[in-house]
Design a protein around this ligand. Structure first.
Ligand code: HEM
Length: 458
């Protein structure tokens, strides 16, 4: 349909769609997303120095590893990625629905509540408040506010979608509806779970929670972005509607069962562990179908990828997704889980997926939207392209070095080596890890500065 459009029709449609969005609102959401992009990943690079120099930040409790790590992890998930995602939803939803966002004025208030809450949550973590569930460490008050804001946004988006001008729902909207509803439910679990479920069941429920965060929030949220911004940035329709359907339903079906793969070899019953392993293998279906769809969308457009920055980020994120998810499926197997659990192999996985894929996809979306909402025109190519390479080489090398050191340590331990000997053996890798983190941080800063400078010039 898009291919049959005349240029004048396309620009008339673009003008009509532009009238549906609140540019200032999107700019402020994205602006906050940029702030968190500069803060939370950088904290990761800072805290990584402690691997080589445990005393590096002095003996101050709020600068200890145990406090800075959850600030970094939760901050990247809820701050850097989710804030950009929510901002981009304010661009995508009205355009796909043909109507303005319902109760748009709510979003102006929600934006401040969301961001000040994240700032407060981080300070409380620094002060030592921590609820103990990995990726759910924020204090109760912070979680309650995240829940209420997401609930309000869910209502806004669902009502807007119900009022859309044409009945078909584009793929991005399936994932958006699912991501928000699943996550509202998951946050109820986070509100109640940590202190109200006794014994080993607590670990099993935590497995469910963390996998709902990565699989039923971050993953569908990322799909919202790439399903919209890849076809938009290369001006090709999405390759296959059928594959999108398979991808959606297989994600919905298999993800809820995989959580216990975080607790293999634990006292949780064996059959539940086996179901988690089988489901982890089955996740190959949604992953390969969406990747096939993205690469199919690029057919006839590969030659322009070098200079098309949004597409370059989106496709690179997809490649890293393929690698990270393949690693995820095989590390769920008992034979690979045995050497790798409790090692940096798992940290290689969490970085290549959350940062390498989803933050990178959000950057692709931001690169597409920012020039359009600020009227600045495309970001300057040279610095943005430098940023792309610093980020890509940084995360690819971080993945490689963490995976290698994880395997080395795991197999040394299995061979009976002393714990301290294994730590000494991997010390040099930690240096490289810090350097790769610095490369990613410099790349992010360069990108944000380039976007800001372009909008200041406009
Ligand atoms: C096919 C898809 C995937 C599979 C089969 C998979 C599998 C796994 C497994 C088995 C673990 C536990 C490793 C261990 O504790 O020893 C794990 C951990 C993790 N995965 Fe995945 N994964 C997949 C995709 C993803 C995606 C898309 C994300 C991010 C959005 C993600 C984020 C994480 C995180 C954050 C951890 C926890 C790391 C930690 O404990 O510090 N995974 N994954």
């Amino acid at each position: 349909m898009m291919a049959a459009m005349q240029p004048s029709d396309a620009s008339a449609a673009a003008l009509r769609n532009d009238a549906l969005i609140d540019r200032g609102l999107i700019r402020t959401w994205l602006g906050w997303g940029f702030v968190w992009l500069l803060v939370f990943p950088t904290l990761g690079a800072v805290v990584s120095t402690k691997f080589n120099y445990p005393e590096s930040l002095g003996g101050v409790p709020w600068l200890s590893f145990g406090r800075l790590r959850p600030i970094h992890v939760n901050g990247v998930i809820w701050g850097a990625f989710s804030t950009l995602f929510i901002g981009l939803c304010h661009y995508v939803v009205p355009r796909l629905c043909g109507v303005r966002l319902w109760a748009e004025r709510w979003s102006h208030g929600l934006l401040w509540v969301w961001n000040l809450n994240l700032a407060l949550g981080s300070l409380l973590l620094a002060a030592g408040f921590n609820r103990g569930w990995e990726a759910g460490e924020y204090p109760l008050i912070t979680v309650a506010v995240i829940f209420l804001v997401l609930l309000a946004l869910t209502v806004q988006f669902l009502v807007t979608i119900a009022r859309r001008t044409s009945p078909p729902l584009y793929v991005s909207l399936w994932y958006l509806i699912a991501a928000f509803i699943w996550t509202d439910v998951n946050l109820v679990l986070l509100l109640l779970g940590p202190y109200h479920i006794p014994g080993i069941n607590n670990a099993a429920w935590h497995g469910l929670f963390i996998h709902y965060v990565v699989g039923l929030w971050i993953t569908p949220a990322g799909y919202v972005l790439i399903y919209y911004f890849l076809p938009a940035s290369v001006r090709n329709p999405i390759s296959s509607h059928k594959l999108s359907l398979i991808g959606f339903w297989s994600l919905a079906f298999f993800y809820p069962f995989v959580g216990i793969h975080h607790y293999l070899y634990s006292p949780i019953t064996e059959w539940a562990q086996t179901i988690a392993i089988v489901s982890s293998m089955m996740l190959i279906i949604p992953v390969w179908t969406v990747i096939q769809n993205f690469f199919g969308t690029m057919v006839g457009r590969w030659s322009e990828i070098g200079r098309n920055l949004p597409a370059k980020f989106l496709i690179t994120g997809s490649l890293l997704y393929l690698v990270g998810c393949f690693q995820g499926s095989v590390q769920a197997l008992r034979s690979l889980q045995q050497p790798t659990h409790f090692t940096d192999f798992v940290i290689a996985h969490s970085h290549i997926t959350i940062f390498g894929t989803f933050v990178v996809w959000a950057l692709g979306g931001a690169l597409y939207v920012w020039p359009r909402i600020t009227g600045a025109g495309p970001a300057r190519f040279a610095p943005a392209n430098w940023a792309f390479w610093l980020i890509t080489l940084g995360i690819a090398s971080m993945f490689t070095v963490l995976a290698a050191q994880g395997l080395q340590q795991g197999f040394m331990l299995m061979a009976g080596a002393e714990w301290m000997d294994t730590v000494s053996a991997i010390r040099p890798y930690w240096w490289v890890r810090t350097l790769t983190g610095i490369s990613m941080d410099v790349g992010l800063s360069l990108l944000v500065v380039t976007l800001m400078r372009s909008s200041l010039r406009a």
